[in-house]
Ligand binder design. Sequence first.
Ligand code: 5GP
Length: 212
Amino acid sequence: MSGNRGILVVVSGFSGAGKGTLMKELMAKYDNYALSVSMTTREPRPGEVDGVSYFFVKESAFEEAIAQDGLVEYAKYQKNYYGTPKKWVEEQLDGGKDVILEIEIQGALKVKEKMPETLLLFVMPPSAAELKRRLTGRGTETAEEIQGRLERAVEESEGIEQYDFIVVNDRLEECAARMHEIIQTAHKRPEFNREFINQFKEELKALPKGEK
Ligand code: 5GP
């Protein structure tokens, strides 16, 4: 329904699950999504563009954003800070866009706590062996970093049950279509249709009595 606030959608998944590619597919295929650009203190990877992949900032600038209450949430991951800028997210939601946050689990749970109507999706590769294959194949991390990310995956796997839906990333296009469908279905939840429901209730009570 137009005029309604958008839904905040959090997408998490193990590093190497293919979330980035999946988000690109979702943005390219469907309208009405806005992908939030996070702030991070980690170094850019080759090909990453400041302001597109992330806002790459110094630790002091990140801490300033925390102090100014400018982040929806933030977390430390592998010695670096990552956080979601608040102002942009609020503007997009108010404008009726469904806003996607691609963030890790600690941040995801913080967002859910603050905003319980947030939809939490967890992207999983078809198998653990496939996860390792994808991480190694990417060639952007050292063996030590890959090991660190796999260990982190073991910890993160304990939190999967706290998500609303899992999405298995087997075939890219199908996976994006399934994710779109889940989000569209969530729009039918009562909490996103309060205005309509309340108006209906009022009208119902006001119906003339005793007439057939
Ligand atoms: P990467 O270094 O691979 O780009 O990201 C590492 C992890 O940080 C990923 O799981 C990614 O989803 C997560 N991440 C990216 N941005 C944010 C953010 O703004 N907040 C939180 N909590 N996690 C984030």
